[in-house]
Structure formats: C-alpha cells, structure tokens
Unconditional design. Structure first.
Length: 113
DNA sequence: ATTCTGACGTGGG
DNA sequence: CCCCACGCCAGAA
C-alpha cells in the first residue's frame, strides 16, 4: 500500500475494470487516480502493463481516440487487431465511434482511492 | 546525484 | 481555427 510504485498499480486497477469492447483515455485514468495532469505517466505505466493479461492496455487510447501506443505492443497492428477483435472499429489508428465506446472509469471506481 | 525522456492534456498565440 | 509550447511525475541512463 502506498508504495512509491503504487501509481502503476492504480493505473492497472483502472484498466482492469475496463469492460470488453470499451476503451478509455489516459486523461480519464489519470483523473480516476487523482493524478490529473500526469496523463503521460499513465501511458508510461501501461507500457509496463503489457504482458499482463489482466491489464488490457490495448483498450486505452489517447484523448483523440488514436492508438498512440500500438507501437509498444510488439507489433504495429497488434493493438488494432485486439480492438477490432472486441467489436471495435479502428481505421487509420483511430477508433471509430470512439465517443460511444468510451468508458469513464470515474463512476465505476469509487474505491480506486 | 542529475538529466532526459516519455502510450498525454490543456492552454496560449 | 490551427500550430506551438508548457506542465506532470516517475523510471531509466
């Protein structure tokens, strides 16, 4: 608890709660962990989350719905393939209908603190 | 110990 | 409206 690395754990907790076929943004996660402004760190933490089947980092995109971190999956189309596999529509690294697929972690994680 | 980078976001010109 | 710069914080060199 409250370890200096707890920041990463908080990010993982939020991402783990992302439902199938849904996506969230770094800023939303940052907000959920009360680290507004540190959205960069969120993505950084996710890079370490890759490899954890419990942490669907591919469901996390930037504020514009772009798959900015697809390059970190070991394949330029791995992230897109995963999202499309979940029923999402990704075109040109951009999540179509992103607004409808967006999932806000805030109301779903009252205990994220 | 210091310095730089990094899967973003918001603000200002 | 579009483009540039700054801010954040933690890990790695």
């Amino acid at each position: 608890m409250q370890a200096k690395t707890d920041f990463f754990e908080r990010v993982y907790t939020i991402v783990r709660e992302v439902p199938y076929g849904r996506v969230t943004t770094y800023g939303a996660i940052a907000k959920a962990i009360y680290a507004v402004g540190s959205a960069r760190m969120v993505g950084y933490a996710l890079s370490a989350a890759i490899g954890m089947p419990d942490v669907p980092a591919h469901r996390v995109v930037n504020r514009a719905g772009l798959l900015t971190g697809k390059h970190h999956f070991g394949g330029a189309r791995v992230m897109q393939d995963l999202l499309e596999s979940e029923g999402l529509v990704v075109t040109n690294n951009q999540v179509q209908n992103f607004k409808s697929c967006f999932w806000d972690p805030m109301p779903a994680n009252p205990r994220a603190i």
